[in-house]
Design a protein. Structure first.
Length: 217
């Protein structure tokens, strides 16, 4: 059987979201948008937590760099910057470093900067907002590969994420197999429905009662 990350890479966020609904699980982070590229990203999560600078001694490493060095090819770096401070926790140099490491992309609950640079590099960044303001003197990294919160979703290191033009969706590592099974079945059903519509069947027939109830548990 394929690695879960490979299976997830063949699914979009809507199929995974529907699978979570069918299984009574949560994981959709609302309000985070793709800033660069038009690619869907997915993979296992490396987490970063950031907080307001409270005057503690400056770190010996720039924020985000520990996560980049910890990441494996295909991982997604996910950053929580919910301090309320208008300061970017991701920028152009980090995008270059992550891309060279083979990181699939980043998801940020908070501001990013250097969006044009990341777009020029072809590196995929999702973020809640954009800013030009540097992190220096404003926010600090307080943990790498620690539990974080993205939107109202609790995310742990090693969880899974898929992010595209519709949504950012997280799946707990313990739930990934059953979510993938459900999502793949949903995606297969959706493909058959498209084929039926293209063959000339009426929408009321294709999207009838069985469609309305397909997510019932």
């Amino acid at each position: 059987m394929d690695d879960p990350a490979a299976r997830l890479g063949r699914l979009d966020s809507c199929a995974v979201s529907d699978a979570l609904d069918k299984l009574g699980l949560t994981g959709v982070a609302v309000g985070i948008q793709r800033l660069t590229t038009d690619r869907r990203i997915s993979g296992r999560v490396v987490t970063v937590k950031l907080e307001k600078d409270d005057g503690r001694p400056a770190a010996s490493r720039h924020l985000g760099t520990t996560a980049i060095e910890a990441a494996l090819p295909g991982n997604v770096i996910v950053l929580e910057q919910r301090s309320g401070v208008d300061a970017a926790c991701w920028g152009g140099n980090l995008s270059v470093a992550a891309q060279l490491r083979g990181v699939a992309g980043v998801v940020i609950d908070g501001p990013a900067r250097d969006a044009d640079e990341a777009r020029d590099y072809g590196f995929t960044v999702f973020a809640r907002s954009v800013t030009s303001r540097t992190a220096r003197g404003r926010i600090v990294e307080t943990g790498t590969n620690v539990p974080i919160v993205i939107g109202d979703v609790h995310v742990s290191p090693g969880d899974y994420v898929v992010a595209d033009g519709s949504a950012v969706v997280f799946v707990k590592a313990d739930d990934i197999q059953r979510v993938l099974d459900a999502a793949e079945a949903i995606a297969d059903r959706e493909r058959q429905m498209v084929a039926d519509l293209q063959s000339g069947l009426p929408a009321t027939q294709v999207m009838g009662k069985t469609y309305e109830t397909m997510l019932k548990r």
